[in-house]
Structures are given as C-alpha cells and as structure tokens.
Design a protein around this ligand. Structure first.
Ligand SMILES: [Cu+2]
Length: 131
C-alpha cells in the first residue's frame, strides 16, 4: 500500500509539473514575437510613374502589407509588412507576378508581356509623362 501511495504521489507531481508548463508556454510565445511591423526593400525593374502606381496597387492587395512605396529613380520598393502575416519571399513573388524583377529574381514572363511598352525594363528610368 505504501508503494501505491508513492506512485500516486509521483503521478500527481508529474501532472502538476505538466500543468504549470502548459500555463507558462503561451506567455513565452508572446514574448518571442517580434515587432508588429517590419520593413523590406526590394530592387525592382520599374521605370516610370505608371510602374509605381501598378506596383503600389498590387502590393496594397497583398496580405500582410501595410504600406508600399516605390521610389522611381532608384527603382527601390519599400514595403512595411506584418511578419506574422507574410514573408519577404512572398512579397518578392508578388512583385514578380506584377511583371517586375524582384532583386535577383526575374519577372513573371506572362505578367511582363502584359506591361505597356513604356514600362518594359529595356527602357531607362523615365519621369516624363509622354506615355
Ligand atoms: Cu512604367
């Protein structure tokens, strides 16, 4: 009977340890969470204001994106995004799907074909409005 009692006690201790572990786990998870917003810069093949409008609009529809601004002269797209909702690789893919290069990744061919001639990357960056 004595051994039974000690087994029961051990089981109770184990159960209590597990319970307290389960209670601390979610708190640790919240603490490990990073900042709510992160920034990503992508070098694109955008060449004009039409590209800027097209890319910014496409990114606005992308999940987890809070803000997207393209600087035409440098061709750099700056995205503010929620790291718990999306990831840099997903955002680069979205840029490719819009028809533009994203860093070292080449634009989606079909999307690129649909771009007007003035937006093709064979053009130099231009700020004139003579589209
Ligand atoms: Cu353009």
């Amino acid at each position: 009977m004595k051994t039974f009692k000690s087994i029961l006690l051990t089981a109770l201790v184990l159960l209590t340890t597990q319970l307290s572990f389960a209670q601390t786990a979610p708190t640790a998870k919240v603490k490990a969470k990073g900042p709510a917003t992160e920034q990503l810069q992508i070098k694109t093949s955008a060449v004009c204001d039409m590209c800027k409008a097209r890319l910014e609009k496409a990114m606005a529809y992308e999940k987890g994106v809070q803000q997207a601004i393209l600087d035409v002269p440098s061709q750099v797209l700056t995205i503010s995004y929620r790291p718990d909702k999306t990831a840099p690789a997903t955002l680069r893919t979205a840029v490719q799907r819009t028809g533009y290069d994203a860093d070292e990744q080449t634009a989606d061919a079909r999307a690129y074909d649909r771009l007007p001639d003035c937006c093709k990357k064979t053009n130099n960056v231009h700020t004139d409005t003579g589209h």
